[in-house]
Design a protein around this ligand. Structure first.
Ligand SMILES: [Zn+2]
Ligand SMILES: [Zn+2]
Length: 165
């Protein structure tokens, strides 16, 4: 099921106590060579409290994601967690455009930011990764072939090493 990231503003406004809002669900992301596909569940725990016009908010996100090496395309699987907290004045303009007029307080911008911050947009499996042969497409870390880079212009795989998946 899709991750529910929306808390009704009225619940936050009318509550005298801290609200706990925890959830688990799918939250697909694509960032460079990194992604979370739509079968993967992510989890978060958050706490929200409104005192006068100040909204205190904290969240912890647990997630798994896949990174594909930018050179050899080998996939690696990562698990991470990260947290974030802030206090917003809901009467004034704030960076997250959270205000009283919205029906919901939506956590999704916070969640994407937390996750993307952990992803390396230029991920490579190793600084020494030799990548794929641009002629035959083999992984040069594991195998060798007789092609040299001079042939790369004519090759059907020539764009593979720059491919942004
Ligand atoms: Zn690699
Ligand atoms: Zn080759």
């Amino acid at each position: 099921m899709k991750l529910n990231t929306k808390i009704k503003s009225i619940d936050v406004i009318s509550s005298k106590d801290k609200i706990q809002f925890d959830n688990e669900g799918t939250f697909p992301i694509n960032f460079g060579n990194n992604f979370i596909d739509d079968n993967e569940q992510i989890k978060f725990q958050s706490e929200i409290e409104l005192i006068e016009d100040r909204l205190s908010f904290s969240i912890e996100v647990n997630f798994r994601y896949q990174s594909n090496c930018g050179r050899c395309l080998t996939a690696s699987h990562n698990e991470d967690r990260s947290s974030f907290s802030t206090t917003l004045n809901v009467k004034d303009d704030n960076d997250y455009e959270v205000n009283y007029d919205d029906e919901y307080f939506d956590l999704s911008p916070f969640i994407s930011e937390i996750i993307i911050e952990k992803m390396d947009i230029n991920f490579v499996c190793s600084q020494k990764c030799k990548g794929l042969c641009s002629f035959c497409g083999i992984n040069k870390n594991n195998l060798s072939c007789n092609h040299n880079e001079k042939n790369s212009k004519e090759s059907p795989f020539s764009s593979l090493s720059q491919l942004d998946l």
